[in-house]
Design a protein around this ligand. Structure first.
Ligand code: OOB
Length: 529
């Protein structure tokens, strides 16, 4: 199921105080006592103090238990950036029910496969979001016997309203989780045929959050804006939502990274910290000069999730009037970041150093041996918050992890004076605005079209989103195909729309490797990637 850390390693992490055995939200009653009437979380409609948030989360936890959910169960959580997201997350963490953090853009294809893979007991969705009926989606994808819980107004028989679940009194928590229980399931960038899901324990994820808070200096004065989808590891825990709540700060939830929404939120809430993927940070920076809003409260914008040139990084801070912190992280664990007291060269030219002194990084060459210091190679990683395997994926684990527990990141990096510089990748995915899309997943879907004899999917560079999905296909004799047909097909198959190819190139034959497989490097070169 989940590959545990070896016993002696786990003992060492506990002995060193990294793993505390405490559940992530176990401090909630204490927070309510100490910070009772300070605001914990706010969105465009609702504001909750720490006292109210703790009360809501505990009543909801009781409601979830009333539905039969128990410690060790899993649920699909697909909510936009709202107060409801935070309430549900904390309620789940309190009772040891682990949410699988889906994105609002996910559809039948992703929700169905992942819900079945993890064996979820409930699907938690908004009633409707951006004109899409998520309640209907939840009913289509829910595994047999799983409940459908709806934030907002449910209109289908068999749905349960989130507000009704939180309506009763809170009961004491009978069977609270411990450190080795799963806290959340994160999705790996780029799902394959078998979804790559990462089970993060209360011990490991809690440690991750504490280290991120320490490295970024979050305090009760921090006002954090969650503008990236909250289910992403970056805005969730680095330090993000969980880190801000731990530090006693205020979390501002906004579901769009649009510059006007961002600027208005910063001015209204006096936001001090936020996180963005490069494409979003660049849009903010470009729009800032024309913005009438007061951005003077901004302290730091974190930028990470995909590559960005040092000159572009260097321009973002001055445009927004704040510091920029680079973050290189992954749902699988390791997080690196630049620090406020690093030299300008390190802050612009590297993606930072690990948040824990216990993180082990190794850079290997094609021969599998460590490269000379400062040379490029694939990054392998191990550590106290980098799990030793994907959830229920023995075949994938044999490929992605070494026998002695190192995770093969698929990223090509150099390490210079302890800081990581990301140079490229060996994994076959497209990084569109920080969203990772597995080439193989889209290739199989495109291949289903009757006109297609063979398909390869590659990234083409793009000034706005970094990379776009390009399908390169060889057609069956006498057939034609256009981009719309591919996009319609993927839509019908219930695939999240951000994964759909945005370019199509038809070729007589695909370039091949000596063994006859499509040569991805040559195909990328062919389409200018
Ligand atoms: C974050 O997490 P994921 O799981 O969506 O994606 C991880 C992958 C990395 O392996 C790398 O390929 C890429 O995203 N990446 C970067 C990067 N940060 C992530 N590539 C270049 N420069 C960077 N700064 O993307 C994530 C998780 C936690 C914090 C920040 C990002």
């Amino acid at each position: 199921m989940t590959t545990p850390w070896p016993d002696d390693t786990a003992r060492a992490y506990r002995a060193a105080g990294l793993w505390t055995g405490e559940a992530i939200a176990s401090g909630l009653p204490r927070w309510a006592e100490l910070r009772g009437d300070r605001v914990a979380v706010t969105d465009e409609e609702t504001t909750l103090t720490y006292g109210e948030l703790a009360g809501r989360a505990d009543r909801l936890a009781t409601g979830l238990r009333g539905l039969g959910l128990r410690r060790g169960d899993a649920v699909l959580l697909q909510l936009p950036n709202t107060v409801a997201f935070v309430e549900v997350l904390l309620a789940c963490l309190r009772i040891g029910v682990a949410p699988v953090l889906m994105l609002p853009a996910h559809r039948d294809h992703e929700m169905g496969a992942i819900g079945a893979h993890v064996g979820v007991r409930a699907v938690i969705v908004p009633d409707e979001w951006r004109g899409y009926d998520h309640e209907a989606l939840a009913h289509r994808v829910r595994p047999e016997g799983a409940s459908v819980i709806v934030a907002g107004r449910p209109h289908r028989a068999g749905s349960v309203a989130l507000d009704d679940l939180a309506a009763g009194p809170a009961a004491p928590i009978e069977d609270p989780p411990t450190g080795s229980d799963v806290a959340v399931y994160l999705l790996s960038g780029g799902t394959t045929a078998v979804p790559k899901v990462i089970a993060r324990t209360h011990d490991d994820y809690g440690y991750n959050v504490r280290r991120a808070v320490a490295a970024c200096g979050y305090t009760s004065g921090t006002v954090y804006l969650a503008a990236l989808p909250a289910g992403h590891n970056f805005p969730l825990a680095n330090p993000g939502i969980l880190g801000t709540l731990r530090a006693g700060g205020r979390v501002v939830m906004r579901s769009s990274p649009r510059p006007d929404v961002f600027f208005a939120a910063v001015e209204r809430e006096r936001v001090t910290d936020t996180a963005a993927v490069p494409a979003v940070a660049v849009r903010w920076a470009e729009a800032a000069s024309e913005s009438p809003y007061d951005l003077s409260s901004l302290r730091t914008v974190q930028v990470g999730g995909s590559m960005l040139a040092p000159e572009v990084i260097a321009a973002i801070g001055p445009a927004l009037g704040c510091a920029v912190q680079q973050v290189y992280g992954m749902a699988e664990g390791l997080v690196c970041l630049t620090r406020a007291d690093d030299s300008p060269a390190v802050r612009t030219g590297t993606q930072g150093r690990p948040i824990s002194p216990y993180d082990e990084l190794r850079v290997i060459g094609r021969d599998g041996r460590p490269v000379a210091p400062g040379e490029e190679g694939e990054l392998l990683v191990r550590g106290p918050y980098t799990p030793r395997g994907y959830f229920r994926a023995p075949e994938q684990n044999a490929v992605s992890f070494t026998a002695d527990g190192w995770f093969r990141s698929g990223d090509v990096v150099r390490i210079v004076d302890g800081s990581v510089v990301v140079c490229g990748r060996v994994k076959d995915l497209i990084n569109r605005s920080g969203e990772k899309i597995a080439a193989g997943e889209i290739e199989s879907l495109v291949q289903e079209l009757p006109a297609v004899a063979e398909a390869a999917v590659v990234a083409v560079p793009d000034p706005v989103v970094g990379e776009r999905v390009c399908a390169v296909v060889r057609l069956r004799p006498g057939h034609r195909l256009d981009l719309d047909e591919i996009r319609v097909h993927l839509g019908q198959r219930g695939v999240a729309s951000f994964k759909a190819p945005e370019r199509l190139v038809v070729v007589d034959d695909l370039p091949r490797t000596p063994v006859g497989k499509p040569d991805k490097a040559a195909i990328r070169a062919l389409v200018g990637g």
